[in-house]
Design a protein around this ligand. Structure first.
Ligand code: CA
Length: 217
């Protein structure tokens, strides 16, 4: 999953990025509203964390502009007593909010929930045949066996599972697995897919030549 964080406090930005990277997210950063809006409209993020008080463009302005073209889920960060800010943010198209200071655990839970909701999935467990992908515990089991996946392999499987039965293009996979700090080559997508296939058993993921990959329901 790929997330954009728009936050002008360097320490907070770093803390959030680090915590999300540890959970296997690909994380892009922006430290003002203009940069945030540019990135938010240039790439397809699974979720955006948006501070409201930002230089150049405020969070509300970013939201309004973003909503002209994109429905990306947005969680806004507000001041503890900022009831009016929250209301204005939600009215401008934010999907959720969190008041500062917050616990990273809660931020992570809210982001997972936003990603699930935007994919129309109610439970944190996705079942595909005898495969169970737990998006909260970040575990995968096949029957009684716990499969050991790397964070990237898990992200790949999660993306395919959220879109099970549909072709997911290599470009899309690439955009969701790698962030702006990665200079990896795109053919690594195929390498991750083949590793994942080896761990899952080969009947789960099918290659559509020239299109992408499908995880069968
Ligand atoms: Ca701020």
């Amino acid at each position: 999953m790929r997330v954009l964080i728009v936050e002008d406090e360097p320490d907070l930005l770093r803390t959030i990025s680090q915590a999300l990277r540890e959970d296997g997210y690909a994380v892009d950063e922006a430290s003002d509203g203009q940069e945030g809006l540019y990135k938010a409209t240039s790439w397809e993020y699974d979720v955006i964390v948006l501070d409201l008080l930002l230089p150049k463009l405020t969070g509300w302005q970013v939201l309004e502009k973003l909503r002209e073209t994109r429905a990306t889920p947005v969680l806004i960060l507000t001041a503890r007593d900022g009831v009016d800010d929250r209301v204005k943010g939600l009215d401008s198209g934010a999907d959720d909010y969190l008041a500062k200071p917050f616990h990273l655990k809660e931020l992570k839970a809210r982001l997972r929930s936003l990603i699930r909701r935007s994919n129309g999935i109610a439970s944190s467990q996705i079942q595909i045949g005898e495969l169970i992908v737990d998006t909260t515990a970040k575990t995968v089991t096949r029957g009684q066996t716990l499969l050991l996946l790397t964070p990237r392999e898990f992200s790949l499987l999660e993306l395919l599972a959220l879109h099970r039965g549909q072709v997911v293009t290599r470009t899309r996979i690439y955009e969701h697995l790698f962030d702006e700090t990665d200079d990896s080559l795109s053919n690594l997508v195929d390498v991750h897919v083949s590793h994942l296939r080896r761990k899952l058993g080969k009947d789960f993921i099918t290659t559509r030549r020239g299109q992408g990959y499908i995880l069968h329901d």
